[in-house]
Ligand binder design. Sequence first.
Ligand code: SF4
Length: 205
Amino acid sequence: MYISHYVKNTSVLGPGKRFALWLQGCKKQCKGCIFPEGQGEVTKGKWISTEELLDIIQSVKGIHGITISGGEPFLQIDELMDLCRQVKEHTKLDIILYSGYRFEELEAKYRDRFYKICSYIDILIDGEYVEALNDNQAYRGSSNQTIHMLSDKYKPYLDQMNQLRNRTVELKMNSTGELVMIGIPYKGFQDDLIHKMVNQCHYYY
Ligand code: SF4
C-alpha cells in the first residue's frame, strides 16, 4: 500500500499507546485540512507491502492498538482490508480507522468489502472535516464526524469519548525522519505555536 508515514508509538490517537499509520492520497479538499500533504494521488506515497508493515508493527513493544488515517484509507480498500485482516489474525492489537466518507457512503459504494473491513476494526470515525463545525472535541476534527463502535471492546467508553474535550498533540519523528505533529490540534493551535516559538522561545547553550 502507498503510505505517507507512520509513527511507532503515540498516545493521542485513541485509547492507550498506538502505532499510527497515515495512508497517502485523498480526493477531498476539506478547508482547513490538517494534513494537506496527504491529498492527491495515492501514488505520491511510498509503497510498502502488508507483510513488511506487519513486521514493523509486530516489532513495536507495549502498544495496545493501531490507528489508520490519511489521506483517505478507502482509496486503497483492498490493501486496507488485507492489513486489517493480518493485524487481527497475527496480533492482539485493536484497530481504529478514520475515513473522510460517511459510514452510509462507504456501505453503498463498497458493500461486502466494507462489511469485511468492519468485521476487523474496533472503531470507525467517519465524515469529512468541516472547519465551521470544529468544536474542539477529542478524537474528531469536527462535530459532524461520528465515532462508530464496531466491536464491544470500547463500547462502554463511547459516552466518555464523545464528551472528551482535551485535545492533545505530540511532536515526534516519523518513519521518514521528519518532525510531525500527531493528534487533532485545538482550533488556532498552529498560530499559537508559531507565536510562542517566535516570542517565548529561550535558547540555552
Ligand atoms: S478527508 Fe481528511 S485528508 Fe482528505 S482533505 Fe479532508 S481532512 Fe484532509
